[in-house]
Ligand binder design. Structure first.
Ligand code: CTP
Length: 411
């Protein structure tokens, strides 16, 4: 089973459910929060119970579901006080026009609205409603008020709505909600930095339908992009062809196919970046001649010769022009891991190199897990045992942060 790296682990999370059709999707959110190690307490309004039942949420969360104003639990404390005292974060999902209006205007007439008043930890609203309702002056004015009051608000998604129309008002995906919740708990220690990440494989065409590529999935680079953004950095992700969803919608994603396209994109964007992390598995060679038509096989030919020429070494080029930018490379090796990787770091003028042994089963290409050795300019090598790629990404960014801190001290 995939081991999750999550800031939600061990946290007390209150999920407030209100009466919108998207309430059924909240069951999935509660399940995912529990999977990430959070202790979830569900609070439902009377209207929410028209759409979903407390039993579902009690079963998934393993905690009593609160829906009555004067419920007593956790000893003899009144429920909303007891819960607001232990909470680390609260999320209201779906947040209807009604709950938005009530809280924005200080109304506390049920358990959920009363508890919101007693809570001092971050509260996230995830609105979902019909487009016209969302765009109405009343809702927009109340949303503005909530923002001013310091609440976190997610923008609804756009697409098919339960009322049969199309437009803005959909509940964001569960992954987006979880990412926003992780974000709220994350220290923004990379704020002010702009990071360029390359990811995935490049692809070189043999003819219009065949290509040379490699087994890189892009997962490590996408994890670095996501965690860097979570930690407050501005992120540009230049990616070869992968089958992954974009890591977050506040990351600039540039899609490329070939090594030459990746080089062009990198050279266009590296200048205003302070950190460059090159996880991409760049194809070292491309076909010397471009075949515009499909190569046909001949009956008398048992072999075919493809003439290949070298692709540009993007990271080596960056190493020559990087000035004081931090440059991080990856080295996929099968033997003499640290020795070969450190040699690459020196040859390509890198600040850090992340080496992994791709011959080991269960890690590396395509896997959710990785095991790496982080080597710095002095040759100091730190082995990181098998962890999720998100966690490895966080540790790599800690090493980058350490270099930043040292530099700031020296200047
Ligand atoms: N890299 C690059 N451009 C290339 C090849 C590699 O920018 N044409 C970058 C990769 O993104 C990675 C690092 O160089 O960060 C090391 O990649 P790797 O393929 O292990 O290095 P090579 O120099 O190609 O070494 P090898 O001789 O092991 O193939």
């Amino acid at each position: 089973m995939e081991r999750q790296f999550s800031n939600l682990k061990g946290k007390e999370i209150i999920v407030g459910i209100t009466g919108g059709i998207a309430a059924y999707k909240t069951a999935e959110l509660v399940r995912e929060l529990s999977k990430r190690g959070a202790n979830v307490h569900v609070v439902m309004t009377k209207n929410a119970m028209e759409f979903v039942t407390p039993l579902t949420f009690q079963t998934i969360s393993g905690n009593p579901v609160v829906h009555q104003m004067f419920e007593l639990f956790y000893g003899s404390k009144i429920g909303y006080i007891a819960l607001s005292d232990i909470a680390d974060q609260m999320v209201i999902v779906p947040a209807t026009a009604n709950i938005i209006g009530k809280i924005a205007n200080g109304i506390a007439d049920d358990f959920l609205t009363t508890m919101v008043m007693a809570i001092t930890v971050p509260i996230l609203f995830v609105p979902s409603m019909n487009t016209k309702m969302w765009e109405s002056k009343a809702v927009q004015c109340n949303i503005e008020k909530l923002r001013e009051m310091g609440f976190e608000i997610m923008e609804p998604g756009t697409g098919d709505l339960a009322c049969g129309t199309q437009g803005k008002g959909r509940l964001p995906t569960i992954e987006e909600i979880l990412e926003k919740m992780e974000d709220i708990f994350t220290r923004k220690d990379l704020k002010g930095e702009k990071i360029l990440v390359t990811a995935g494989p490049t692809m070189e065409f043999i003819d219009p339908i065949r290509c040379i590529t490699n087994r890189a999935s892009g997962k490590m680079g996408y994890a670095i992009a996501k965690i860097a953004r979570r930690r407050g950095a501005e992120v540009v992700l230049i990616t070869g062809k992968t089958y992954l969803e974009p890591p977050r919608n506040d990351i600039k994603v540039i899609e490329v196919i070939t090594a030459n396209e990746m080089r062009e994109a990198v050279l266009e964007h590296y200048k205003d970046c302070s950190i460059i992390i090159k996880t991409a598995a760049v194809a070292d060679f491309r076909c010397r001649t471009e075949n515009c038509q499909k190569i046909k096989k001949e009956d008398n030919e048992e072999t075919i010769i493809l003439e290949l020429e070298k692709n540009p070494d993007i990271i080596a080029e960056l190493g020559r022009i990087k000035e004081n930018r931090i440059l991080v490379g990856f080295a996929a090796e099968t033997e003499n891991i640290v020795e070969y990787a450190y040699d690459k770091l020196k040859r390509k003028n890198l600040d850090l190199i992340i080496a992994n042994d791709v011959s080991k089963p269960g890690i590396g290409f395509g896997s959710e897990m990785n095991e790496v050795t982080i080597i710095d300019k002095t040759g100091y090598a730190r082995h990181i045992p098998q962890k999720s790629k998100d966690e490895i990404a966080d540790i790599i960014l800690d090493s980058v942060k350490r270099i930043l801190r040292k530099r700031k001290k020296t200047f």
